[in-house]
Design a protein around this ligand. Structure first.
Ligand SMILES: [Zn+2]
Length: 168
């Protein structure tokens, strides 16, 4: 049965059996899932990320952006979820679908390369660590290493004492 309204349900894990008309939201796994609103029974997964879907909520009202286009399913349904309401959109032509899919793939690729660049940036300081380590170890020079210095001083002191007592 076609549904014209969804009920948001915040969960940790998306259940195996989805209830019709429920939009399951897992903030932990940054994804949403629901049964296609057309009633075909297909499970629609909408990952939440800057290049995929964005979920906004106003209290109990949730909106998913952009629209949900089930091109891969026989129904090819296309709709928006706005403040829990399902707003049906016109079915797209194959050409339009192709264009959207290509744009989505490009967005995703862009986001992944940005994310990888960010990760590489995070890794840089830890990669720099090994070269810093010897510097950190260096102050911990064994105390014994100072001995030659004090041993060198001793003759000096003795010499000074000798000079004081017996003159030169
Ligand atoms: Zn459907």
């Amino acid at each position: 049965m076609r549904v014209d309204q969804v009920r948001p349900k915040f969960v940790e894990f998306i259940p195996d059996n989805l209830e019709e008309g429920v939009l399951y939201i897992s903030e932990r796994f940054r994804t949403c899932s629901h049964k296609c609103c057309c009633g075909c029974g297909e499970e629609v997964v909408t990952p939440l990320s800057p290049a995929e879907w964005r979920l906004t909520s106003e209290g109990e009202l949730v909106s998913l952006w952009p629209s949900v286009g089930n091109w891969d399913y026989a129904c090819r349904s296309h709709y928006f979820i706005e403040r829990n309401k399902v707003r049906w959109a016109r079915a797209m032509t194959t050409k339009q679908i192709d264009r959207v899919q290509r744009r989505d793939a490009a967005d995703l690729a862009k986001m992944m390369s940005r994310r990888n660049a960010a990760k590489a940036g995070e890794r840089a300081p830890s990669e720099a660590l090994p070269t810093q380590r010897p510097v950190l170890i260096r102050p911990a020079v064994p105390a014994g290493a100072r001995k030659p210095d004090s041993a060198c001083e001793r003759p000096g002191v003795l010499h000074w004492l000798k000079r004081l007592l017996f003159g030169d």
